[in-house]
Design a binder for this molecule. Sequence first.
Ligand SMILES: Nc1ncnc2c1ncn2[C@@H]1O[C@H](COP(=O)(O)OP(=O)(O)OP(=O)(O)O)[C@@H](O)[C@H]1O
Length: 341
Amino acid sequence: MSDQTYLTLDKLTLAYGRTPAVKDLDLAIRKGELLALLGPSGCGKTTTMRAIAGLMSVGGGRITLDGRDITKLAANKREIGLVFQSYALFPHLTVFDNVAFGLKLQGMRGDELRRTVEGGLKTVGLLEFAGRKTPDLSGGQQQRVALARSLVMQPKVLMLDEPLSNLDARLRLEMRTELQRVQKESGVTMIFVTHDQIEALALADRIVVMRGGAIEQIGTPEEIYNHPVSSFVADFVGFENIFPLKDGRLVAGNTAIDVSGTVPDAGGLAWRPRAVPLGSGPLTGLVRGVSFAGNSREYVIEAPFGMVKAEVDAAAPVHSIGSEVRFDLPVAGAAVLHRFG
Ligand SMILES: Nc1ncnc2c1ncn2[C@@H]1O[C@H](COP(=O)(O)OP(=O)(O)OP(=O)(O)O)[C@@H](O)[C@H]1O
């Protein structure tokens, strides 16, 4: 991956009629990067992707690809590939002919066509299926045909909209690894849209978390997972205990929470259940729920200021439902949030 910016969105503003969808979005994507657009439904991921692909007109701002302003360029001139949730394969054509389709339109024929299509099928591990009709393939295989069909066109950027959401859990895992491998091998710059944080964390080089048509945070999976900047991102990546700071104190409602450690000057603090020790500490609560999760046990504790979730080793002493338990929210184990709300 080069450090140079390859695709740039500059103050991009998008709307459907009078309904704004994306506002003043700035984003710089590097060549060869695998970038995830992550966020809840309606945050503007698909709209952003459609604008990059040239499928919707831009209300304001600029899109630059490989040094060229493509803001107003027709979709078919942008050299951007798209793989949709529904693979949109031709059912009456073989795998080979599906992958060959776009190349033929460009006038490629004969040996060159065969070599290119076979190369694409090899990349996605489907060479032996070249003669099959696409309805006779599994969902994951169809997805790979769609991927090969886009890859052989050698797009400057390949965009995938919820690429794994139609697959069952096992296939999704398999395709995740596959997508990552194909991206690294082909070196193509890839952007994928997802609302699944696990998928984004597992796959992407960098994640863009979107909220309400704007970027909430950009970072590596480690940065997003360990250092969410806001309560919104923390909540999205599985911090279940999130509290605001007011006047240098951690609070829930109007109640101050006694944490151990010095509270920083920030918008709030967040703990994953794993970071909440049980059995000792300055806080007390009642156990309202316990569930066994293999290596660990998950507790729901009712404290005077609200519910707290804790996860401890399954081998640790069990606290039964209804019992009082001591616990801690140690500042040292918290993610410090710049913004709350
Ligand atoms: N065709 C449309 N007409 C009017 N408004 C639209 C249209 N498509 C999307 N919107 C609105 O634009 C905003 C952004 O939608 P968008 O589809 O980009 O979100 P998303 O993050 O991709 O969501 P999802 O994960 O549900 O696909 C939303 O408020 C949505 O209601």
